[in-house]
Design a protein around this ligand. Structure first.
Ligand SMILES: Nc1ncnc2c1ncn2[C@@H]1O[C@H](COP(=O)(O)OP(=O)(O)O)[C@@H](O)[C@H]1O
Ligand SMILES: [Mg+2]
Length: 231
């Protein structure tokens, strides 16, 4: 799976959250990092169809993604999670998965819970721990035939040990589903552990992209994270 983003521009009034981003994601688990407000979520919003760019192209294995309405993108295999939790607290985990599957018009493979490490999906989502809800959200993003999976800070709010437990599942997704996974993650140390390649956004522009170790050693990347720890 090759996701090619070309000269993408988004404007909200005078704000330019994406200001001419050209970037390719190739298979596997790819990191997407950058300071707060860099445009990471906006990029996911464009890819999933919530935000329309003023210009630019996005192709997935040659197919013009921007030409498809959001629900067609989802059926095509584009999946995402949100920074804000999307699970319905009153419904069981199993029913939350069914709801996601219904939207896609496909079956809810309950085996996804085993893969995502969620025991007893008959419990209401509201009774799950934060880590368990994140496992559920991941399962929701994997129903049907996912081809591109966009994860927006799935580890936010988790402890370091919990983040690593969740990351163990995330790293297994590309091989298991033959899907490209793009992971937005605040913890740069975690990204360097699990992502072979990483892209860095800053003020709506691409700062660096390539093998993670090389990207994190880049002076411009280190400067963008000034005051934050880059290990
Ligand atoms: N709907 C919106 N209307 C106006 N400005 C927005 C909107 N969404 C995001 N922005 C602005 O765009 C910039 C990028 O935001 P975002 O993509 O959420 O960054 P990140 O996810 O990297 O923290 C920020 O300056 C943010 O305030
Ligand atoms: Mg964001």
């Amino acid at each position: 799976m090759n996701l090619l983003i070309e000269d993408l521009r988004v404007r909200f009034g005078g704000v330019r959250p994406l200001d001419g981003v050209t970037l390719a994601f190739d298979s596997g688990l790819c990191g997407l990092i950058g300071p707060n407000g860099a445009g990471k979520t906006t990029l996911f919003n464009v890819l999933s169809g919530f935000v329309r760019p003023v210009s630019g192209r996005v192709t997935a294995d040659g197919a013009d993604l921007l030409a498809l309405p959001p629900h067609r993108r989802a059926r095509w295999g584009l999946r995402r999670t949100f920074q804000q939790e999307q699970v319905v607290a009153e419904l069981s985990a199993a029913d939350n998965l069914r709801l996601a599957a219904d939207h896609l018009g496909g079956p809810a493979d309950q085996g996804l819970f085993g893969f995502c490490g969620l025991d007893d999906p008959s419990r209401p989502a509201g009774a799950l721990t934060l880590l368990e809800r994140r496992r559920l959200e991941l399962a929701r993003a994997l129903v049907g035939v996912p081809r591109i999976v966009l994860l927006d800070e799935p580890a936010a709010g988790l402890s370091e040990a919990e983040s690593r437990a969740l990351a163990e599942v995330v790293v297994a997704v590309p091989d298991k589903f033959d899907a490209l996974v793009v992971l937005i993650e605040h913890d740069v140390a975690l990204v360097s552990e699990v992502c072979a390649t990483t892209a860095v956004l800053d003020f709506g522009r691409l700062l660096a992209a390539g093998p993670t170790a090389q990207v994190l050693a880049d002076d411009r990347v280190r400067a963008a994270y000034l005051g934050e720890e880059v290990t």
